[in-house]
Ligand binder design. Structure first.
Ligand SMILES: [Zn+2]
Ligand SMILES: [Zn+2]
Length: 135
C-alpha cells in the first residue's frame, strides 16, 4: 500500500492517489487512440475514494463521451494533459500511468481492445532506439 502523486505537464493540477492500484490496462480502442493521439491508453485503476486533489481542481475539465456507456476523461484546461478521474458509475478512479511522478508498483495486466490496435504499434516496437532525439 503506498501513496502516489501525479499531475499535469504545466504543473497547475496536482493530485494524490492512495494505492494500491488494482489493475493496469493498456487500451487500444479507437476512442483511446483518438483521445491520446497515440497507440494506446495506459490506465491504472484504484479505489473510488483514492483520489485527493492537491491543487488546481478548478482547472480540471471532465469529458463524458455522450454516445459511450463509460468513456470519460479529465484533463487540465491549461495544458491539456490527462489527469485522474472518477469513473462515470463511481466504481473506481482511473489514473493515467504517465501522469504519475513515480513508477507504479504494478506492471500492465493486459492489452485490451487489441484487435483495434494501430498497425504501427507492433512495427514501432522494433524501430531504432535512441537515448534522446537523434541528431
Ligand atoms: Zn496543466
Ligand atoms: Zn480504450
Amino acid at each position: 500500500m503506498s501513496d502516489y502523486q501525479g499531475g499535469c505537464l504545466c504543473g497547475r493540477v496536482r493530485y494524490r492517489i492512495r494505492g494500491p492500484f488494482h489493475q493496469f490496462h493498456q487500451c487500444h480502442c479507437s476512442r483511446c487512440r483518438r483521445f491520446s493521439g497515440t497507440a494506446h491508453a495506459a490506465n491504472l485503476i484504484a479505489a473510488a475514494d483514492s483520489l485527493e486533489w492537491l491543487q488546481g481542481e478548478d482547472q480540471v475539465r471532465r469529458f463524458d463521451l455522450p454516445e459511450a456507456k463509460s468513456f470519460s476523461r479529465a484533463f487540465c484546461t491549461h495544458c491539456g494533459s490527462m489527469v485522474a478521474y472518477l469513473k462515470r458509475d463511481g466504481s473506481a478512479v482511473t489514473v493515467p500511468a504517465g501522469g504519475l511522478d513515480q513508477e507504479p508498483d504494478i506492471d500492465p495486466n493486459d492489452h485490451i481492445f487489441y484487435d483495434d490496435r494501430a498497425h504501427w504499434y507492433e512495427t514501432g516496437l522494433g524501430a531504432k532506439k535512441y537515448r534522446q532525439a537523434p541528431e
